[in-house]
Design a protein around this ligand. Sequence first.
Ligand code: HAM
Length: 415
Amino acid sequence: MINIPKGTKDVLPSESYKWQYVESVARELASLFNAKEIRTPTFEHTELFSRGVGDTTDIVTKEMYTFLDKGNRSITLKPEGTAGAGRAFIENGLIGGVLPAKMFYITPAFRYERPQAGRLREFHQFGVEVFGASGADTDAETIMLADSLLKKLGLSVKLFINSIGCPTCRAAYNKALKDFFAAHLDELCFDCKSRFEKNPLRLLDCKEEGCKKINSGAPSILDYLCEDCSAHFEALKEFLTLAGISYEINPRIVRGLDYYTRTVFEFVSDSIGAQGTVCGGGRYDGLIKQLGGNDCPAVGFAAGIERLLMVMEASGVQIPQPAPVKVYLAGMNDECRKKAFELAATLRKNGVIAETDHMNRSIKAQFKYADKLGAEFVAVIGESELSEGAFNLKNMSTGESEKVSFASAVEYFSK
Ligand code: HAM
């Protein structure tokens, strides 16, 4: 027996309707906001992520599924969707097309993390990226899309926002952070000691208890924003209020990817434990240039589908079940089974969900099977029904039976 790899999950036929539901709500909302779907490859050149996501991030240093292909190229399974969407935006000349370009994706993503509830090695994201617009109204609209999705799925989550400024104000803030953390260097964890030199902002993100305690006294980025970034953040708050979205400012939110500038945000649920961040995103005005394009502002988010489903389950959200089998056609003998087969084919051609026997079961066993399927009706075809040209139709919820001619079957079930 070969088992499933650690940190991955099967979505079984009995569960897949839940995924389809979340995906269809996401697609509907994306189209309401005029975002069109983009599909990019599952793997990209490794450099896209080291350059895009940032080579000091945990994702790039520890978590990527990277391998050499048979042509000796370094290839990486996408750990997230933004870098690939950005690459496709540049490579396909969309940067010179109609802007803003709003797009969404539903994609698997791969990170070699320590698996636990809500943290997988293969997971799935619904993401939205908007390229070309720099104003805070676009950030607010992107947040509004995420907020609408979470509300439509019945989730009660909290929105935290922050601004991490632009490279100019970040330089002053990084210096202030270094001055602060220099006095605590001995008390920091191993990872934070190396982050101290390379990317002090990352220190604020550490999950180690000791580091978290020190972090609480660190200076706030909001006190270091330059005039433009500060005005952008003020405008964001105003647009969120206009959109009727409540938020909390949390200056500790820095996100785990290096491309962010100005707005960052997270939607967090407290019903599934430590991995409660169901959705995260922000503005990334430098990424397109960094990947070889022109200067082009952008903003987006991604929501983890597994986490959305976990929160929905924990909050008792009822997901609409798929339509059941309308009619199960039971045949008494080989000749009757052929008629059942033919009628099932005709009904399906006319949009009626029909099922019939494929296991040579007795009539009693066929009824049992139809019941397990949740079939609304069972049509029994025996010798006499065959010669009459009509089946005996049992309504499985009322127990009532009636005769329905083969010729009127389609009309009967299409009512
Ligand atoms: P992220 O915060 O790394 O951002 O991931 C977004 C969401 O994906 C998380 O909030 C979480 O729900 C889900 N997620 C992340 N890692 C895992 C995991 N190991 N297992 C299960 N779910 C996970 C990004 O990926 C950015 N690309 C978002 C973005 C788009 N920013 C701008 N545009």
